[in-house]
Design a protein around this ligand. Structure first.
Ligand SMILES: [Ca+2]
Length: 204
């Protein structure tokens, strides 16, 4: 196999890999753990997360379902995703709050670490099969860069459901949480590497 042909194969592979990385977000689905209003514990927790650098991102899937409607002045059920350093209550990052009105990304919270909501990559995904089936549902896959204050520390991920105590039920669901390299960095890196190989092969 010639060097030129190898480089072309590598370039094709890189482009396909890059395209798949870009589209995988809307397809990914896994097992979801749920919590619903009325449960004795309203918190879902994942432990042992460690992010080592700016090049590593946290990816997770969350879903929210409710029978509630938006009523002016009413305090709605909600679910909040957050990340907290182990044994350090001051190192907390509020990632998102979901309720019947939609999602708020990186809401301002006194004492919490602040990040730009636009830095949170999120895409709507198909709602997983959840029980009980409630009237209104939404689900997201989220990829977020972890601020320096939370890097190189053991982190806990929490998905907390707030129950307003009325009879209208709500449910929060947490899917897979993974640490991933930044998709665009990997894809661009592969394409750049393949392009360089191809150029060198062509010069021979
Ligand atoms: Ca309720």
């Amino acid at each position: 196999m010639s060097a030129s042909f190898s480089a072309k194969v590598l370039l094709a592979f890189a482009v396909v890999a890059w395209m798949q990385l870009g589209t995988s977000e809307s397809l990914a689905q896994g097992t979801f753990e749920t919590v619903k209003t009325g449960d004795s514990s309203l918190t879902l927790q994942r432990t042992g997360i460690i992010i080592n650098s700016d090049r590593s991102f946290l990816r997770f899937q969350i879903a929210y379902s409710t029978d509630e409607e938006v009523v002016p002045g009413a305090f709605l059920d909600s679910a909040t995703a957050s990340l907290q350093a182990v044994n350090d209550l001051s190192a907390v990052l509020i990632l998102a709050t979901l309720d019947r009105t939609g999602a708020i990304w990186a809401p301002e919270s006194p004492g919490a670490i602040s990040i730009d909501p636009n830095s949170i990559q999120r895409s709507a995904i198909s709602v997983p099969a959840l029980q009980p089936v409630l009237l209104h549902s939404s689900a997201f896959e989220v990829t977020v860069q972890i601020p320096e204050a939370l890097q190189n520390r053991e982190l806990n991920f929490f998905f907390d459901l707030f129950d307003n105590g009325d009879p209208l039920r709500s449910l929060g669901a947490l899917g897979e949480i993974t640490v991933v390299p930044e998709p665009s960095v990997i894809g661009l890196g592969l394409v750049a590497l393949a392009s360089v190989c191809l150029m060198r092969a062509c010069r021979r």
